[in-house]
Design a protein around this ligand. Sequence first.
Ligand code: NAP
Length: 255
Amino acid sequence: MEKSKIGRRFEGKVAIVTASTQGIGFSIAERLGLEGASLVISSRRQRNVDEAVKKLEAQGIDVLGLVCHVSNAQQRKDLIEQTVQKYGKIDVVVSNAAANPSVDAILDTQESALDKLWEINVKTSILLLKDASPHLTKGSSIVFISSISAYQPPPAMAMYGVTKTALLGLTKALATEMAPHTRVNCVAPGTVPTHFASFITDNDTIRNSIMEKTPLKRLGTPEDMAAATAFLASDEASYITGETIVVAGGMTSRL
Ligand code: NAP
């Protein structure tokens, strides 16, 4: 969507987006910011944080940038504390960080890789929400970023897919647990040519075959994911909780 046509659904709201200095997380942050949110962005590297803050501020967005490796308990605590110190509350949390450290079959995956997958893709989302929950406003909204691979984990990223399946369950469970104060939803992106997916999308044959199999005949964009996330996080979705929106150009997505 043209930036000039974007609304102002997040005026007066405070939004945290993890892993948000590039790719899908950055686009989500940008979208929420353009719609009026005060933003807290973060990732592992200070340089990436600084560059992303600059890009957002250049668009008139109110943004606080922090280093936060989601596996680092102190950095997660600081993320929440500094958000509350600066803005006084939290209205939106988008949990976007993920790792995919192995292309092995599940039974060939090293235990250390299994631990990392579980920790970054699932456990740290829970731990961040534990820290955030005392500060979440009435009517607040959580969005997890899962994946189309949650529905049919592909062989080359099977265990990654399984952790993304877990996020669908986590969405359901927390939606019940955090209601009626807070809504919890999820977005499952199709293939988006970011750094994370470059091992797939940089290969012409694989990329073309994915596009061919996708009913809408193209890859997704970070902006496609941001639009769905912003909808779920906004008051326009105020009667939606525990749901996952698949944003994958029509790719098959049912368990
Ligand atoms: P990306 O373009 O590679 O961006 C990853 C971002 O996360 C960067 O800002 C990176 O910055 C940060 N990051 C990485 N590890 C982190 C960690 N442990 N803690 C904090 N920040 C971290 O990736 P993406 O494709 O946008 O992926 C975002 C989400 O979308 C992930 O959950 C992924 O599973 C999901 N997804 C992606 C696709 C796709 O095709 N791209 C499809 C389905 C789902 P630093 O390097 O500075 O940390």
